[in-house]
Design a protein around this ligand. Structure first.
Ligand SMILES: Nc1ncnc2c1ncn2[C@@H]1O[C@H](COP(=O)(O)OP(=O)(O)OP(=O)(O)O)[C@@H](O)[C@H]1O
Length: 591
């Protein structure tokens, strides 16, 4: 299973350029002042470090005066304090960047077009918000640290050159070697990091999907097979981690090797200079003190480059996501005021989740305002898809959906969707109380009476009042503490509380017993009297209660009309009635 959707990561590697990577940081406010403060502390600390070096050289020479010891001690403490403040500001900045980047990503996910949401696995999106985004701050912090490190590098080089210009010149000749090695390792770091994050995403996807299906795994005794599948997901991450660890070892090795080459060069050239009397006997030791500082700052600068490349790999998925399309629910025209007085019209609508495989073909039909319309058809013929097009969850590939005079693809989606209430076969509940779930989506205070009224309409108040804490009872994660039918009633109550102008019911009664299904359906119709209801149902008793019936056949319109009309015009309709045991006498059907 591949993270990053069906297109795989190859395509995303091409899209997420270095420029996109950098422009990621223009998408949210960055607390520059914290990083600047961290930088200033860092620069001051460089001076303190240099001053300490001078004391160290004096101590090495045996100049153990009180002033030297006290100065060395005070500066060492000062160094620690300044470093603490520098880190404090930097860390605070990092956490702020992570917070803002996370919010940015969450908002993006909320506004992804449905096609995009489905193209990406939910767990990949979760992994983006939870894991990947934590890398976002690394680059900002690194920019400032790099400035401090470059400053430190130059200052230490100057001091080193003052101490011994000739030996320093030899050392600087080694710098291009270090740059080359670190650049190579940086490129590797990018690839390894990308692989790590991809495998982490794939592993998260695997476990979230398979753990949530634990019941089915047990029921079918598939533990053995699942163990093998799980091992494959774990193994990918294991390999990515191994490669990354090797790369880190390589990084440390190249750093040590570079430092060792420097030390050997100092020993060779330094001893020669001592022999020729160009340097005091303690010269190598003193020079090494400066050289150590130079190496430290140089390694910092080069490691920052590697971090930059590594972060590019870590943010690849997030970056491509942020660069992708977005739905603006407040763009477009205002919907005219009015309550359910407008027909919904589909005009030559064609649509496919994959445009190469259309689900709806050139479909034209009218859903009359103010009455109940039932949609029937075989499994997979496109009934639910049609409902999604009505609310602009998807837009047609061709043709148009109209709400009265308003084209659905031109109006503000936020206004359009608020006019619709939807009850599906499976409705998600959220962790929290029954009351919270019924009032979900309502702005402002919702009275207990309004919540109870909606629950009564959905025939839910009976079971709710028997729960240990009534309306305050917890429904569990995704409503797991309630039965399927109870969850459905809570969802129906929630939809009715929102008092929609158009109600879409997609096999809403499937998890209810027959009696409750009809009782609730009738109560809902009574409550919605004069408003538009569109119901997708397989139970012909429900269908026959509708005022208008649409029969779909493989994504096309077979027939539309009243029960009596369809008995004459739709073979599919007649066959459904017969299959469910309704006797067809002439043009009438009765049980
Ligand atoms: N999110 C999706 N991505 C890709 N294909 C989808 C998606 N949802 C549905 N389909 C496909 O579109 C077709 C129509 O599905 P739809 O759910 O609209 O059918 P339906 O008539 O409501 O079926 P049922 O009676 O079984 O609920 C099916 O072939 C289905 O596989």
């Amino acid at each position: 299973m591949k993270r990053n959707g069906k297109d795989g990561s190859q395509q995303q590697k091409q899209i997420f350029s270095f420029r996109s990577y950098i422009s990621f940081y223009t998408r949210f406010p960055i607390p520059w002042w914290l990083f600047i403060a961290s930088l200033v502390f860092g620069l001051v600390n460089t001076e303190v470090v240099l001053a300490i070096s001078k004391y160290v050289i004096q101590i090495n020479k045996g100049e153990l005066y009180n002033g030297v010891i006290i100065g060395y001690s005070l500066l060492t403490v000062l160094n620690a304090v300044i470093a603490m403040f520098s880190n404090l500001c930097g860390e605070y900045g990092i956490q702020k960047v992570t917070l803002r980047a996370r919010m940015l990503l969450w908002n993006k996910i909320l506004h992804l077009p449905m096609r995009e949401v489905e193209r990406r696995q939910p767990s990949s999106l979760i992994s983006g918000v939870v894991n990947d985004i934590t890398q976002a701050s690394a680059v900002i912090h690194m920019i400032f640290s790099t400035v401090a490190s470059i400053y430190g590098f130059i200052r230490c080089c100057v001091e080193m050159a003052r101490f011994n210009a000739k030996l320093s010149a030899y050392m600087l000749l080694l710098v291009p070697l270090a740059v080359g090695v670190f650049a190579l390792v940086g490129q590797l770091q990018y690839r390894m990091m990308l692989r790590r994050y991809e495998s982490l995403g794939a592993m998260t996807e695997f476990f979230s999907e398979h753990i949530s299906a634990a019941k089915h795994v047990k029921a079918q005794a598939m533990e053995g097979l699942e163990a093998e599948e799980g091992l494959r997901a774990i193994d990918e991450r294991y390999k990515a981690d191994i490669y990354y660890a090797f790369m880190e070892v390589l990084q440390v090795f190249s750093n040590t090797l570079y430092t060792s080459i420097g030390s050997i060069a100092i020993a060779l050239f330094g001893s020669d200079m001592i022999r020729k009397g160009q340097m005091p006997d303690t010269g190598i030791n003193d020079f090494t003190t400066y050289k150590g500082r130079v190496d430290q700052y140089q390694a910092e600068v080069l490691t920052h480059y590697q971090t930059l490349k590594g972060t590019q790999g870590a943010l690849q998925y997030v970056g491509v996501l942020l660069d992708g399309p977005e739905e603006d629910p407040d763009a477009g025209y205002d919907l005219p005021e009015g309550r359910a007085k407008e027909d919904i019209v589909l005009e030559r609508v064609s649509f496919g989740y994959d445009p190469r495989q259309p689900v709806l073909h050139d479909l034209s039909l009218t859903i009359p305002a103010g009455i109940t319309t039932a949609i029937i058809g075989n499994n997979g013929c496109g009934k639910s898809t049609l409902l999604k097009l009505l609310q602009g969850i998807y837009l047609p590939d061709s043709g148009r959906v109209w709400l009265g005079e308003s084209a659905v693809d031109k109006v503000k989606l936020s206004q359009l969707r608020r006019r619709f209430g939807c009850i599906f076969q499976h409705n998600p509940l959220f962790s929290g109380s029954v009351r919270d779930n019924i009032a979900y989506g309502e702005k402002g205070e919702v009275s207990d009476e309004a919540v109870a009224g909606a629950a009564r309409l959905a025939d839910a108040d009976g079971f709710i009042s028997q729960l240990p804490e009534g309306y305050d009872s917890d429904v569990g994660m995704s409503g797991a503490l309630l039965s399927g039918g109870q969850r459905q009633r809570v969802a129906i109550a929630r939809t009715l509380l929102s008092d929609p102008e158009y109600l879409l019911m997609d096999e809403a009664g499937a998890s209810l017993d027959h009696k409750s299904d009809m009782t609730i359906f009738r109560a809902v119709r009574e409550h919605m009297k004069g408003r538009t209801i569109v119901v997708v149902a397989h139970d012909m008793r429900t269908v026959m209660e509708a005022d208008h019936i649409i029969v779909l056949n493989s994504g096309s319109l077979e027939a539309a009309g009243t029960h009596e009309e369809l008995l004459k015009t739709s073979p599919t309709y007649r066959s459904y009635l017969e299959l469910q045991g309704f006797a067809l006498a002439g043009e009438e059907a009765g049980q």
